[in-house]
Structure formats: structure tokens, C-alpha cells
Design a protein around this ligand. Structure first.
Ligand code: MRU
Length: 354
């Protein structure tokens, strides 16, 4: 059985509390939108796709337990709920895109002659539920396309060595993962030699979550600190760096977990391909360049304290941006469920077939 970031059945949602991993595997109930927004803000659940799915399903469970009687009440409730959920974490675009799509869908459904509030409520619930299956399907496609791309780029037969950052696996999605999905596909093809995962300070998504997934899946892997990336690239024959994304904009600039940018700079220096693996739901073609992406800043305590114990010198100032933007010139490929694109091909590639 693979790891599950969430458990859902109609009317019931639980999220794996990622603040407690790897020591404790505990699922916490999410009974409605406020709980959902709290789980996202406090990072009980995190990772761009998982944020959108948990947010949308928290709306579904609240609608299941307290269905509005009037259409106007439903529309107002959905509008206010989506605003709360989108505001919970600003950098990942997935919740915002889900909110825009759901709002457009609901507006269209509400126009249908004679439609009742109950029917509309059911449609919203089904819409949210459909995200689960779609995400896993998209991730499997990303995994397979990404694995093929990396093997082609590597050229030589035999196993490849992947470096990854943050957590992009089952815990960050509805299942399988994006960058970690590429790793899983390589492993399934028998072509994965080794994975290096960075610790990913300050929240330690790498050492707490990715390492947990890699051990769980028996994938050959080694944990390094973020500051060991350069020496690892030089001395451990890294074939490619593969990371996820919180927002990829029209020119290919990519916001992802802080530390991604430095890996891209290092990969360029060492002549190693740098790949972003992300579903099209993480792509925001409305922004031309990465300069206008809002970067979330988190509490300084995430740097100064470990498990509630102060480790930094008292009185020191702290800057804690949760993400950075990797310029498109440093990215060799953007792997989506719709194809693998060079940054300059992304906009046209994703627009085709829309
Ligand atoms: O702060 P987080 O843990 O939500 O950041 C997660 C990342 O940056 C991931 O790399 C990104 O969301 C892609 S998850 C498939």
C-alpha cells in the first residue's frame, strides 16, 4: 500500500498530519472549510496539489453535512470559502486555479433552468471529488514522461542518479507524486540507480517526508544537507536534478521550495539537466514572468527552533521566504502530464488542445 496524504469518503475527510512525521502517523479529521484552511496554513498538509485537493474536499465535506437550502446561500458560501482557502498559502497556484475553475463551473450549472440548490450542491461535491482521481492519473503520466525524457537525455544504458529537493511524492499530492513520481517510474523501469534527497531546511520536507517515502518504497537513497548539493553533484555522478513546482509561469520561471534556485545554478555549473516536474494545474500562464509571483514568508521560529527548542542565538534577525523563483534559463525541461517542454515551449504546448 502506498502512503496517503488524505483519506476521503463522501462526508468524511482526514489528513495525515505531516507536522508529526516521521515519528507519528496520525490522521486528523477535517470537518469543514475552516479546518481545511487551518490544516493548509499550519502545514499539516502541504505540497501544491495536495493543498488544492484538501481545500476543495474540505468544502465538499461541509456541503455534505450542511447543505444550503437556497441557491443564493450556496453561491455565497462557496465564494467565501474559496477566498479563505486561496488565502491560506499564496505561492502555490493550484488552489487558486481550482477556485477559479469551480466558480466558473458553478456559475454555468446555476444557469441551467430549474436547477435546485441540492442539485448544485451535489455537483460541487462531485467536482471536488473528481480532483482526486485526476491528480493521480496526471502524476503517473508525469512520472512516465519524465522517466523517458531523463533516460533519453542520459543516453547511456544503465541506471541513473537523481537529485531532488523538498517533498513532491504521495504526501504532497493525491498519490504517486510529481518529481518523486519520476523517481518511482524510473524505479519501476529498473533504471534508477540512486536518489539524493536534500534535507530542505527549514521545514525539513526532505529529511522528514521524502526520506520517509523513499525508505517506505525501498528506493535506494541518501539524505544530504542542502549545503552538500555542489559536492554531491561533482562527486556522485548525478544524472539529473528533478524538482516539483508551486507555480510555473508563462516564460517557464518556476517558484518552488526555497533552495531550488541554488540547485539550478549548481546544476548549470556542473552541466547537469535541471527538470521541473509539475501538473498543468501548477502552471499559471496569466503571469508573464516569475517577478510577480507572491512569495510566502513564514515565521522566523521555523529557522530558530527545532521541535520547540531554540537553537539560534537569541536576538538574531531572521528572513524565512518559503519559496524562491528559478529563472527559466536554468531549467532544461518542464515535465507535465501533457508533454515535456523546454521553458520557451511551455505556453504554446499547454495552450494546445485547451
Ligand atoms: O511549503 P511546501 O512544503 O508546501 O512546499 C512544497 C514544494 O515546494 C513542492 O516542491 C511543490 O509544492 C510541489 S509538490 C508536488
Amino acid at each position: 500500500m502506498s502512503l496517503e496524504s488524505l483519506r476521503y469518503s463522501r462526508g468524511s475527510l482526514q489528513v495525515l498530519n505531516q507536522l508529526l512525521l516521521p515519528q507519528l502517523s496520525q490522521y486528523d479529521p477535517v470537518t469543514g472549510v475552516r479546518d481545511g484552511a487551518d490544516a493548509i496554513r499550519t502545514m499539516k498538509v502541504r505540497g501544491a496539489p495536495a493543498i488544492a485537493i484538501v481545500g476543495s474536499l474540505s468544502l465538499a465535506v461541509e456541503l455534505t453535512s450542511s447543505p444550503p437550502q437556497q441557491t443564493a446561500d450556496l453561491l455565497a458560501f462557496v465564494r467565501e470559502s474559496l477566498a479563505l482557502l486561496v488565502g491560506a498559502r499564496p505561492t502555490a497556484v493550484n488552489m487558486k486555479k481550482a477556485a477559479d475553475e469551480l466558480s466558473a463551473f458553478l456559475a454555468e450549472e446555476a444557469e441551467k433552468p430549474g436547477v435546485t440548490a441540492q442539485e448544485l450542491t451535489d455537483s460541487v461535491i462531485r467536482w471536488a471529488e473528481s480532483l482526486l482521481e485526476k491528480d493521480v492519473k496526471d502524476n503517473r503520466m508525469i512520472g512516465d514522461l519524465g522517466a523517458q525524457h531523463i533516460l533519453q537525455t542520459a543516453g547511456a544504458p544503465g541506471g541513473v542518479v537523481i537529485m531532488t529537493h523538498c517533498n513532491t511524492g504521495s504526501l504532497a499530492t493525491a498519490g504517486y507524486g510529481t518529481a518523486l513520481g519520476v523517481v518511482r517510474s524510473l524505479q519501476a523501469m529498473g533504471r534508477l540507480s540512486h536518489v539524493f534527497c536534500t534535507e530542505t531546511r527549514p521545514y525539513n520536507q526532505g529529511s522528514r517526508l521524502t526520506a520517509y517515502e523513499l525508505v517506505y518504497e525501498k528506493i535506494p537513497a541518501t539524505l544530504i544537507t542542502d549545503s552538500m548539493a555542489a559536492v554531491t553533484m561533482r562527486e556522485r555522478q548525478v544524472t539529473a536534478v528533478v524538482v516539483g513546482a508551486d507555480r510555473v509561469v508563462a516564460n517557464g520561471d518556476t517558484a518552488n521550495k526555497v533552495g531550488t534556485y541554488q540547485l539550478a545554478v549548481l546544476a548549470k555549473h556542473h552541466g547537469i539537466p535541471f527538470c521541473v516536474a509539475a501538473p498543468s494545474t501548477s502552471c499559471d500562464l496569466s503571469l508573464p514572468t516569475g517577478g510577480s509571483i507572491v512569495i510566502e514568508e513564514r515565521p522566523g521560529q521555523e529557522l530558530t527552533d527545532i521541535n520547540g527548542v531554540r537553537v539560534a542565538a537569541p536576538g538574531i534577525g531572521v528572513w524565512n521566504p518559503a519559496f524562491d523563483v528559478t529563472p527559466h534559463e536554468l531549467i532544461t525541461a518542464i515535465i507535465t502530464e501533457r508533454g515535456v517542454f523546454r521553458p520557451e515551449e511551455l505556453k504554446d504546448g499547454l495552450s494546445r488542445g485547451l
